[in-house]
Design a protein around this ligand. Sequence first.
Ligand code: HEM
Ligand code: HEM
Length: 298
Amino acid sequence: MSDSNSDSNSELSFFTKHEFAIRRLHSLTGIVPLGLYMCVHLTTNASLLGSVEIFQRAVFLIHSPGPLLPLIEWGGIFLPLLFHAGLGIWIAKTGRSNSSQYQFTSNKRYSWQRWTGFIALVYLFLHVMHLHGGIHAEGWMNAIYKVGFGRFSPYNAGSSLVDAMNLGYGIIWPAIYLVGVLACVYHFVNGLWTAGITWGLWISPKAQARATKVCVALGLVLTVISLAAWAGAVFPGKEDVAEMRAIEDRMYDAGVVAGTVPENEHKRDLRGRAAAAEESGDAADGEQASAGTAEPAS
Ligand code: HEM
Ligand code: HEM
């Protein structure tokens, strides 16, 4: 008992000693890179509602760093996310909210900030496993594919995304995404408002009222964008996937010939087309694109 007391005392004293820097680092990671990434990410995904081609062009561009991509993803997204989430949970658990210090901060909004943080944590874990897979090692990707994870193939971007959403009777994943995405948008926009307090940008009631208007407007815009991203992934049915895949294959072949897309069969949806061929009884096609031997995208 006394051990655990002294543990939590030393944890608290470390936090107290470095509170200024830790809070700013937590706040900063929530805005850049995470908030900025989310805005760009949702807009890119919303482009699928426009056309398969626009979305595929954007994904070709995102994947153009090739072998450097995992470094960018881990350094720019996953590590800041783990840091922000870990510290966020610790702050929420130990009740070290900064809201009580600021008489104008609403307690209700602050508790929503915490709840949406927890929802974001669960959602982002499921989302990254569902599409990205986390680590692009062949054995790992083959194993998780069998249980419905690691489903996104960057060179068949739209069709593999729609296919992934159709798993689980086309209801479970869309429902998880709807709740998760809206929670992330609230968390970010309300977080921007509280960040203005962390950084001393809006302290007077007048300045806070102005900031509220700006954050609500941004929240509405992001909600529309996120619903567009959701609809782009959820509205096309199973029957649209083959047509989307044909367009993406044409773009891949043309890109390889033109030298604008590096040849990489592992980034194509080999497993998805093997499953489709199997379903339609096309054994030759199925053999050619055997699921068991397909390697993951890197
Ligand atoms: C992955 C799970 C996440 C958890 C568990 C989490 C948790 C939290 C918590 C508890 C707070 C309030 C901390 C406080 O000031 O007392 C917070 C603040 C914040 N979060 Fe998150 N968060 C997560 C993800 C995200 C994401 C993805 C973004 C951006 C899209 C984000 C952006 C922010 C911002 C901007 C703040 C406000 C910082 C401030 O008041 O200075 N968070 N987060
Ligand atoms: C309907 C909404 C969304 C859709 C359709 C969507 C789609 C995708 C897709 C297709 C990927 C795989 C990208 C790749 O491997 O190249 C991905 C990855 C990822 N998404 Fe989302 N996403 C959505 C919402 C969000 C939200 C709200 C966040 C919060 C920040 C988020 C964070 C991530 C992260 C961290 C990754 C892994 C890193 C990466 O691959 O670049 N997503 N998402």
